[in-house]
Design a protein around this ligand. Structure first.
Ligand code: ADP
Ligand code: MG
Ligand code: ZN
Length: 498
């Protein structure tokens, strides 16, 4: 019974122990908070803050002073509708706000105005992940722990900046459809792209305008019942999200394999130490004593509001993916990559506009491939931040298409472009990287290759073409990758009279 999946401490588990499980699958649901880029806050007319001095964008409403009354921000509702349209939600003709009660210094009213059982948007789907709901709420103020440097009465101190308090948030909740850490971060990129295209948010994870909590459980592969979940709070980069989920999945798996159970709780992941610590045992909805906000009327969505939201919709990743595949003929992977990551798609379209040649029958596919080559070399998400202009990449693709450059030569030119920028044609001339072609130039090199490898030459003469790679490799080395493999093969055949 002590199979491969059991702990290596030699423990023998009898019939009463946990069943052996060959492998577990992660089950992940995401909750994303998006700060909406409205002019003013969710329930008052204070302007949103972008690094202003603390507590300068406040008023009685967002400070929660007695007697002040909230008014819902129409622009935030408009953005909420656009998000709902983008993910195919059902938009509620009538939704209401609730008070979510909890005590914390970042919440001066003692409750957050949020939505509960009648949200603005229900259901939907983005990519392969189903959306549970999208609702509107207000952000809390920003708490900063200043520690001993701000000691008050001898104790470590925390300070509150109410500028952020009351910023409009859309909370997007997915169904538990995500199955891996990588899928979570890839899908979040799609969501971020979608929100950016919609223009509803700055979607900047480092600055906190896009924040993600991951709900994580695991279950034996092949089973359908959900396991007990934990919630990893507020991870602020795609890399941390991936690492955090991976660490938590490993922690849960180790617990289950050791015959222990997962406790439902809220966790913090420290990206520096990879440590996962408990923030609090998971609260239930009833702990918040949700009740309808008496100071706000229901949100009623009129036909004018729907019309305005529909007219404001830009091209979204799914439509762009279809266009890239069907109109521009990109393969499935490229169409998805360039549409899910808008910055790559924008760079691609800029290079097309700059005249990247579309040599039939390859179409725009070579350009897409060269963008992947560029991103592999460029240290950063957006190739537009590299020294390679879309114009330069377009020229490079053109040189390859017209066979003035081989793939190998073009990669060397690209290395130079990434390091120094400049014009590909000038680099080709200066570095003599142009393709070596034609029998005049290649036949002597092929002859030298055959002479240097007599045993290979003999096999080829006998019709055994397997070792031809040796000859092609020799020629590539001699020409520094500037020959075309197909052409070299043809010249080998001609030289040997095959
Ligand atoms: P809560 O009441 O704790 O907020 P919800 O049912 O509202 O829980 O779900 C919150 C998020 O957790 C959703 O994204 C949902 O998909 C996800 N989720 C729910 N149950 C599980 C589970 N067993 N494993 C992983 N994710 C889950
Ligand atoms: Mg929750
Ligand atoms: Zn205010």
């Amino acid at each position: 019974m002590n199979g491969g999946g059991m702990p290596s401490d030699g423990t023998e588990r009898g019939a009463g122990g946990p069943a052996e499980v060959a492998s577990y699958e992660p089950v992940i649901g995401l909750e994303i908070h998006v700060q909406l880029r409205t002019r003013t806050k969710m329930f008052c007319s204070c302007p949103l803050s972008f690094g202003e001095p603390p507590n300068t964008h406040t008023c009685p409403v967002c400070l929660g002073l007695p007697g002040s009354l909230p008014v819902a921000n129409a622009e935030a509702i408009h953005y909420g509708l656009m998000i709902g349209l983008a993910v195919g939600s059902e938009l509620a003709p009538r939704s209401i706000f609730h008070r979510k009660n909890y005590f914390y210094p970042d919440l001066p009213k003692g409750y957050q105005i949020s939505q509960y059982d009648e949200p603005l948007c229900s259901g939907g789907r983005l990519g392969e992940v189903r959306i549970h709901r999208v609702h509107l709420e207000e952000d809390a103020a920003k708490l900063t722990h200043v520690g001993s440097s701000g000691r008050i009465h001898g104790s470590d101190a925390s300070v509150v900046d109410f500028n952020r308090g009351g910023t409009p948030l859309a909370e997007i909740v997915t169904e538990p459809d995500v199955r891996s850490a990588e899928q979570a971060s890839e899908w979040l990129r799609l969501l971020r792209t979608t929100l950016r295209q919609l223009g509803v948010s700055d979607v900047n994870m480092e600055e906190g305008s896009l924040r993600c909590d991951a709900n994580i459980s695991i279950r034996p592969v092949g089973t359908t019942q959900l396991g007990t979940k934990t919630e990893l709070k507020n991870m602020n980069s795609f890399r941390f999200i991936e690492r955090g989920i991976r660490a938590e999945v490993a922690r849960q798996e180790a617990l289950l394999r050791a015959g222990e159970t997962v406790t439902q709780e809220t966790l913090h992941f420290d990206p520096r130490t990879e440590a996962i610590t408990s923030l609090r045992s998971k609260e239930e909805a009833h702990d918040y004593r949700y009740f309808p906000e008496p100071d706000l009327p229901p949100v009623r969505i009129t036909n004018e509001m729907l019309h305005r939201a529909r007219t404001a919709m830009p091209e979204l990743p799914a439509a762009r993916e279809t266009r890239f595949a069907s109109v521009l003929g990109l393969n499935v992977e490229s169409a998805r990559l360039l549409s899910w990551r808008a910055e790559l798609g924008d760079y691609f379209e800029a290079a097309l506009d700059a005249g990247a040649s579309m040599h039939p029958p390859a179409g725009a596919q070579p350009l897409a491939n060269w963008i992947s080559e560029l991103t592999a070399r460029h240290d950063g998400d957006d190739p537009a931040d590299s020294k390679v202009t879309p114009q330069a990449l377009a020229t490079l693709v053109g040189l390859v298409g017209s066979k003035k450059l081989t793939q190998g030569g073009a990669k060397q030119v690209l290395d130079r472009l990434v390091a120094e920028g400049g014009d590909p044609a000038a680099i080709v001339d200066a570095e003599s990287l142009g393709a070596v072609g034609g029998a005049d130039e290649l036949a002597p090199v092929v002859r030298a290759a055959l002479e240097a490898n007599p045993d290979v030459a003999a096999k080829l003469r006998d019709g055994d073409m397997k070792p031809i790679g040796v000859i092609v490799g020799y020629v590539m080395k001699e020409t520094r990758g500037r020959a075309d493999g197909g052409e070299v093969t043809a010249i080998v055949r001609a030289e040997l009279g095959l």
